[in-house]
Design a protein around this ligand. Structure first.
Ligand code: B16
Ligand code: MG
Length: 219
C-alpha cells in the first residue's frame, strides 16, 4: 500500500524554471554566451554546478575558467536567482497543487521533497507549504544527481518507508528515470514525447488526484 509521496519541486510544485532561466541567461550574457528557453530545457533537474558546466560547454568556454572561478560564477547566478524568488507566495503554486497536498495530508500520506535545488526549503517556506512536508532530502549530501535513483531512495527512507510504499512525481525525463530506477511508482507531469517512461502520465498539475493515482498503482 502507498503511504508516501516523494515530490520534485521545480515544474511540479512551482515554476521556478523561469527564474533559473532568467538568472542563467544574465550570467551567460556576461560571459558572452547566449542561451534561450529551448536550451534551458536541458538544465531542468540538473544541479547548479552541472548547469554552469553545460552552459560553458555550449559557449565553448569550458576551458577558460578554473574551479574557483566557476564556483564564483555559480554563486553569482544563485544570488540573482534568490533575489528573483524571494517574494514567491502561495499564488506561485502550480494549479491544483495546494488542493492535492491537502488531499494527501487528509489521507495521512507522508510527504518528502526530492529536489536538486539547494533553495528547496526556502521556496517551500515562501510558498507556505513547508509544514506539510515530513522531510526534505539535502541535495548537498548526494553522491549522484538525477537520473541516479539516490535522491528518491533517500526520500523514501527519510520517511521511514520502502520505495514500494511511495509514489514519485516528476516533470523532467531525468527525474522519471530516477524514480523508475529506484523501483518507485512514477507519475509524470508533461508530454508522452519526453515522459513516455512514466508509469502514469498526466499533462498538467491540475489533473493530480489521489484516487486516480492509487487506481493506476493497483493495475
Ligand atoms: P539550485 P528540481 C532543480 O530543481 C532545477 O530544475 C534546476 O534547474 C536547478 O539547476 C537545480 O534544481 C539546482 O538548483 O541552484 O537552486 O540549487 O527540478 O530538482 O526541483
Ligand atoms: Mg523538475
Amino acid at each position: 500500500t502507498i503511504k508516501g509521496f516523494v515530490f520534485d519541486l521545480d515544474g511540479v510544485i512551482t515554476d521556478s524554471a523561469e527564474y533559473h532561466f532568467l538568472a542563467w541567461k544574465a550570467l551567460a550574457k556576461e560571459l558572452d554566451i547566449m542561451i534561450n528557453r529551448e536550451f534551458n530545457e536541458q538544465l531542468k533537474g540538473v544541479s547548479r554546478m552541472d548547469s554552469l558546466e553545460r552552459i560553458l560547454k555550449y559557449g565553448a568556454k569550458d576551458q577558460l575558467y578554473n574551479q574557483q572561478e566557476k564556483e564564483a560564477l555559480a554563486a553569482k547566478k544563485n544570488e540573482h536567482y534568490v533575489s528573483l524568488i524571494k517574494d514567491v507566495t502561495k499564488k506561485d503554486l502550480l494549479p491544483g497543487v495546494s488542493e492535492f497536498l491537502t488531499e494527501l495530508k487528509a489521507k495521512d500520506m507522508k510527504l518528502a521533497l526530492a529536489s536538486a535545488s539547494k533553495n528547496g526549503p526556502f521556496l517551500l517556506e515562501g510558498l507556505g507549504i513547508k509544514e506539510l512536508f515530513d522531510t526534505i532530502v539535502d541535495p548537498a549530501q548526494l553522491t549522484h544527481g538525477k537520473p541516479d535513483p539516490e535522491i528518491f531512495q533517500k526520500g523514501a527512507s527519510q520517511l521511514g518507508l520502502s520505495v514500494e510504499e511511495c509514489v514519485g512525481i516528476e516533470d523532467a525525463p531525468a527525474g522519471i528515470e530516477a524514480i523508475n530506477a529506484a523501483g518507485m511508482f512514477s507519475v509524470g507531469i508533461g508530454s508522452k514525447d519526453s515522459l513516455g517512461a512514466a508509469d502514469y502520465l498526466i499533462s498538467s498539475t491540475e489533473e493530480l488526484a489521489l484516487d486516480n493515482i492509487l487506481v493506476a498503482v493497483a493495475h
